[in-house]
Every structure is written in structure tokens, then in C-alpha cells.
Design a binder for this molecule. Structure first.
Ligand code: PGA
Length: 252
């Protein structure tokens, strides 16, 4: 049985004070939840205070990005060990916004995943097609390309530490959620890919999140799909009510 995981991708939102306030409220609201893994991913500058705020709770911390080098002349970058040092468990890698606005490619995603794993961070690897790719019938081809490139050279043991987030780009921040059937179809494709690349056991164990306009109103029908193991939540993760309801709605 795969344990559901709900992660909040806060993107470029909330200063330190707002971060701590939201986390204090979430801690209270979600204190009883044991059957869903919960993570929040605030901006870099809030991570230290966020780690303190959630200490001892059932909420884990993630970062939204990482670089693959340990140190050196890489102005503006953050190393995996630095995220680990301040208490991060997860790191989002290859979000479509990073691919679109910051030139990330399968190659950089792959380097980041490998570096994160070396330092004991659990990668949340984002993949997904754009609207025109879906309309041209290229959804599976895009998923295959993202999976093949992103997971190049990843061992079976390491694969068990990776979470895949299927995020159709056309559903992110648009209010237009994929239908449960569209999501399931993509998730099944991803699990079949893992079966072929690794084996049945690995494919059955890896958690695949859906992301793209997840809300309290649609989490249950999404979670009812066989291959859907949680959600990566953007907009609705910024408020205590909506994020808590999504976490509670993710209980299978
Ligand atoms: P959204 O973002 O929930 O606001 O659509 C999801 C994401 O980008 O991870």
C-alpha cells in the first residue's frame, strides 16, 4: 500500500512571518493526521524558520529547487547538503515553471535528482505536457521523454526514494483540473514505464502525485483513481482551510 502524500508548493509567496503563521495554523489543524504524508515547500529564505515552526509535528519540509554542485563559483545557487542541514526532507525538481522560465531541461533535472539523492533529500520530480502537446496527441511521448531523461542512470534502490508529480502544464494555476480519468490515464502510463524500466515491485511502490488546480472540491475524486497517490498543490496550499481539507480528503 502506498501512503498518500500531499505537498504544498508555495512558489514565490509568503514572507517569514506569513510562513510561520500558516504553519502554526496547519500544525493545529492537521495534528491528528497519520495516514497521509504532509509536506510544505516555502521559499528558500523562510526555510530555517519553517523548520523551527514544524519541529516535532507531522509536517515535513521541502525546498522548491536545488543545484547539483556541493559548493563553488555558482552565484545564486543552493547545494543539496545546505537544504539537508536546515531540515529539508524533500525537494521539488523540474517544476514546469522552472522548465519554462529558467531553462531547466531533462538533463539538469537528472543532475539535480542525483545530487539530491546523494545527500539524502527525497526528490519530487515534476513532469507533464503542455496544452498544445496534449492537443497534438503527444502526451505520452512527452511523459516518456521526461521520464527517460530525468531518470537516466537512476538505480532501482534510488527510484524508491523518488516521488513523481504528474502536472499537466495546462492545469497549473488555471483552475482547469485534469479529469480523474485523464489523470489516471497518465499515472498508469507512468507506472507502466517504471515497470518496464525497473520491475513490477518498484512500479507498485513509487508514489505518483497529481498536480494542477487541486482543490478541496476535487481531491477525493482524484484520489479515488488507482494510480494516484497524492497531490502537489500550488494555489490551494497557501490557505489553512483549503490545504487542510485537501490533506484530509487524500485519506484513502
Ligand atoms: P496549482 O499549482 O495547484 O496552483 O495549479 C500546482 C503546481 O504548480 O505544483
Amino acid at each position: 500500500m502506498r501512503k498518500p502524500i500531499i505537498a504544498g508548493n508555495w512558489k514565490l509567496n509568503k514572507n517569514i512571518k506569513e510562513t510561520v503563521e500558516l504553519l502554526e495554523a496547519l500544525k493545529k489543524e492537521l495534528a491528528d493526521i497519520k495516514d497521509v504524508d504532509i509536506a510544505v515547500c516555502p521559499v528558500f529564505t523562510s526555510l530555517v524558520d519553517a523548520a523551527k515552526a514544524i519541529e516535532g509535528s507531522n509536517i515535513k519540509l521541502g525546498a522548491q529547487n536545488v543545484y547539483w554542485e556541493d559548493s563553488g563559483a555558482y552565484t545564486g545557487e543552493i547545494a543539496p547538503a545546505m537544504l539537508k542541514e536546515i531540515g529539508c526532507t524533500y525537494v521539488i525538481i523540474g517544476h514546469s515553471e522552472r522548465r519554462t522560465y529558467f531553462g531547466e531541461s531533462n538533463e539538469t533535472v537528472n543532475k539535480k535528482i542525483k545530487a539530491a539523492l546523494v545527500h539524502g533529500l527525497l526528490p519530487i520530480m515534476c513532469i507533464g505536457e503542455r496544452l498544445e502537446e496534449r492537443e497534438q496527441g503527444k502526451t505520452f511521448a512527452v511523459l516518456e521523454d521526461h521520464l527517460q531523461g530525468g531518470l537516466e542512470g537512476i538505480s532501482a534502490d534510488d527510484m524508491l526514494k523518488i516521488i513523481i508529480a504528474y502536472e499537466p502544464v495546462w492545469a497549473i494555476g488555471t483552475g482547469k483540473t485534469a479529469t480523474p480519468q485523464q489523470a489516471q490515464e497518465a499515472h498508469k502510463y507512468i507506472r507502466d514505464f517504471l515497470k518496464k524500466k525497473y520491475n513490477e515491485d518498484i512500479a507498485a511502490a513509487v508514489r505518483i502525485q497529481y498536480g494542477g488546480s487541486v482543490k478541496p472540491a476535487n481531491i477525493s475524486e482524484l484520489m479515488a483513481q488507482e494510480d494516484l497517490d497524492g497531490a502537489l498543490v500550488g494555489g490551494a496550499s497557501l490557505k489553512v482551510d483549503s490545504f487542510s481539507q485537501i490533506v484530509k480528503g487524500a485519506r484513502k
